[in-house]
Ligand binder design. Structure first.
Ligand SMILES: *Cc1c(COP(=O)(O)O)cnc(C)c1O
Length: 364
């Protein structure tokens, strides 16, 4: 058996190879490469997929986050509540505008522990950023209630959760803005960088579309100091192809993960759980183990690659040393950083590969 990598993006490409190749040629031959038919069609299709009224394509998931907070007017002197155990880009989306992240510990589903949000709200709190981590929707009922009660903006980081639902409603549509990344490894991934926001507010959608293009609605008429964060036509075209297959891709990942959950059986390992009312789109299959580092070396010797999402929590990273948060300030977040492990998971995984992974993990 060849070495099994944590992810295999080539397998995803070959599944629909001719559709992607035809789309690439179509865009190349069209002579129109930025903000055209593919982008506007993708925006309509993705809005409709999520159930949001509007979508604006952007250049990355990080851009979606910081532009969301910029448009909401959240910056210097403001606080934004976010879970401690997220990917650092969520936090950068807050701090690029000068706002301060206030970290909340995660629950046993790796999402924000909603019972610990209220105690962190101060007169400076302007928003809550909910990250639906690893693909599972968070408990949005309590977050929506809190945001109403304290008049806070609600932004969702859906970079890992395209299509996940809470009580039947898709993530990204519960608050003011839903932010998506289409980085190649995400469940809806392009073949390069790409991102988007979704919203039910026409005003916000229009402002984002102006902001992403140097603040101009009409060429050379600049209303605000914006950015260049346009989604490429060729990436939008690829995303349209992938979106048309997203449900079957999600179904395949779900089958793989259900098999993991049924057949993995080792007392040194804790398997991931799904909350009642939430769906999980399995961006990652994340297990926990007190013997995590030994497990990594053992699997590596057996030819199985794994990844830690994430080994250094944002509050302990060098980039955020200025916040002055010491080790021990977020014990659950820090414990997760020491015990979580993502095992191989991708569309196009063979049964033989999965048999091998299950057998080796069970023997550890
Ligand atoms: C990938 C990711 C981002 C950033 O997306 P990019 O497209 O890489 O900029 C933000 N938040 C989370 C949770 C992510 O997983």
């Amino acid at each position: 058996m060849d070495r099994i990598m944590p992810n295999r993006l080539d397998r995803g490409f070959y599944k629909y190879q001719s559709e992607y190749e035809n789309k690439a040629l179509e865009v190349l031959r069209s002579g129109w490469y930025v903000l055209g038919h593919e982008v506007s069609s993708f925006e309509e299709e993705f809005a409709s997929y999520t159930g949001a009224k509007y979508c604006a394509g952007l250049a990355s998931g990080l851009d979606a986050l910081w532009i969301a907070f910029r448009i909401l007017g959240i910056g210097s002197g403001d606080e934004v509540i976010v879970q401690g155990n997220t990917y650092i880009a969520s936090v950068m989306g807050i701090t690029i505008n000068g706002a301060t992240p206030v970290f909340v510990e995660p629950d046993e589903y790796f999402n924000i522990d909603t019972s610990k949000i209220e105690e962190k709200i101060t007169s400076k709190t302007k928003a809550v950023l909910v990250v639906h981590l690893y693909g599972q929707a968070s408990d949005m009922t309590s977050v929506v209630e809190l945001c109403r009660k304290y008049d806070l903006c609600l932004v969702e980081d859906c970079a890992q959760s395209h299509g996940a639902r809470w009580n039947g409603q898709q993530v990204g549509t519960f608050g003011d803005i839903g932010c998506f990344s289409f980085y190649p490894s995400k469940n809806l991934g392009a073949f390069g960088d790409a991102g988007a926001i979704v919203t039910n507010s026409k005003e916000i959608a229009d402002e984002v579309k102006v902001f992403r293009n140097y603040g101009s609605e009409k060429r050379y008429h600049n209303k605000v100091v914006g950015a260049n964060s346009r989604l490429d036509e060729i990436q939008a075209g690829f995303l349209r192809v992938k979106l048309s297959h997203l449900d079957e891709l999600a179904e395949e990942k779900k089958r793989i993960c259900e098999r993991y959950s049924e057949e993995l059986n080792n007392e040194k390992i804790v398997l991931p759980k799904t909350r009642d009312g939430a769906t999980h789109i399995w961006h990652q299959y994340v297990i926990k183990s007190d013997y995590r580092d030994e497990l990594i070396s053992y699997l590596d010797e057996q030819g199985i690659g794994t990844i830690i999402h994430y080994p250094i929590p944002p509050h302990l990273s060098e980039a955020y040393s200025y916040l002055g948060l010491k080790e021990g300030s977020l014990p659950i977040t820090e414990k997760y950083a020491k015990t979580v492990l993502s095992i191989p998971l991708y569309n196009g995984m063979t049964e033989e590969e999965q048999d091998y992974i299950i057998e080796k993990i069970n023997r550890f």
